[in-house]
Write a protein that binds this ligand. Structure first.
Ligand code: C2E
Ligand code: MG
Ligand code: MG
Ligand code: MG
Length: 278
């Protein structure tokens, strides 16, 4: 700790912090440039309904490229963009780009796709989500119900009444709502009862350990049962193996997303995947 460094410990500590905040600032500045330069793009990971043997749609995932190579993973830059507020601009860009992609796919006979977009909790907390969605939807012409927003549980904790109001407005605009990383937040179950949501996404941490951990399997099964009883769709993310797929399917979870079927794909790769499937 700082104490071990003797009387200069304090000094070292603040130097470290300066360094950390510099690199955070650097990443933020860099990210802003990359958005303008077209170095950010969206990848699409297929979601499969195994009972119908059908692609239901995709999740959009942000990718940061430099010189044709992945530069940093979302886990390295999304939290920074959230702390600086730049995520609001990223979210707007992601939503608009996903809608434009739907328009293009509809023209290319890739129809009826449900695309989900991750939206930062900050967008809700700042009360900007309705404005963003309204502005984006004015610019595009997409089938109703083709967009779904993925948000994590924590977003609703602060003001339940307000959250219900916002989500109802989004639903009336044709936007679906999916709870991402379900089971990893600290929220109570009562919010699921009160919020107008469509889908629950079982967090991949439960799926990863299903084979070795009876507890994780029990949690996954319980979430599936609960979702069905509440008339919600339920999807499992992070499905990598046929064993995981088997357990999920035996327990009535038909919507699957994960490397077992496909990694996130570029739009061109996704078109190929779609056409091969059909
Ligand atoms: P998430 O929304 O929970 O996305 C799922 C993550 O799991 C993605 O990581 C995806 O590539 C990964 N994944 C999917 N299937 C598998 C699998 O079978 N095995 C393994 N090991 N991983 C799998 P990714 O793309 O690195 O994104 C990480 C997180 O960053 C996302 O978690 C989301 O919270 C955030 N994120 C990504 N794109 C965006 C975006 O456009 N906007 C915002 N606000 N957040 C984003
Ligand atoms: Mg997600
Ligand atoms: Mg997730
Ligand atoms: Mg997540």
């Amino acid at each position: 700790g700082a104490k071990d460094r003797g009387k200069n410990g304090y000094y070292f500590f603040s130097e470290d912090m300066k360094h950390a905040s510099n690199s955070k600032m650097e990443i933020d500045t860099n990210l802003r440039k990359s958005l303008i330069n077209g170095e950010l793009c969206l990848y699409y990971q297929p979601k499969i309904d195994i009972a119908q043997n059908k692609i239901i749609g995709t999740e959009t995932l942000l990718r940061w490229f430099k010189n044709g190579k992945i530069y940093k993973a979302p886990s390295e830059f999304i939290p920074i963009a959230e702390s600086t507020g730049f995520i609001l601009e990223i979210d707007r860009w992601v939503l608009l780009s996903a809608c434009r992609q739907i328009e293009e796919w509809e023209k290319n006979n890739i129809k009826g796709q449900k695309i989900s977009v991750n939206i930062s909790g900050l967008h809700f907390k700042q009360g900007l989500i309705i404005k963003t969605v309204t502005e984006v939807l004015k610019k595009v012409k997409i089938p109703k119900d083709s967009i779904e927003i993925e948000i994590t549980e924590g977003v609703f904790m602060e003001n339940m009444e307000e959250a219900v109001g916002i989500l109802n407005q989004l639903r009336s605009m044709g936007i679906g709502i999916s709870i991402d990383d379900f089971g990893t937040g600290y929220s109570s179950l009562s919010y699921i009862k009160n919020l107008p949501i469509n889908r629950i996404k079982i967090d991949k941490s439960f799926i990863f350990n299903m084979i070795d951990s009876k507890k994780d399997t029990a949690i996954a099964k319980t979430v599936i049962t609960m979702a069905k009883l509440l008339d919600l769709y339920v999807i499992a993310e992070g499905v990598e193996t046929s064993e995981q797929l088997k357990i999920l399917s035996e327990n009535g979870c038909n919507e699957i997303q994960g490397f077992y079927f496909s990694k996130p794909l570029s739009p061109e790769e996704y078109e190929k995947f779609f056409k091969k499937w059909a």
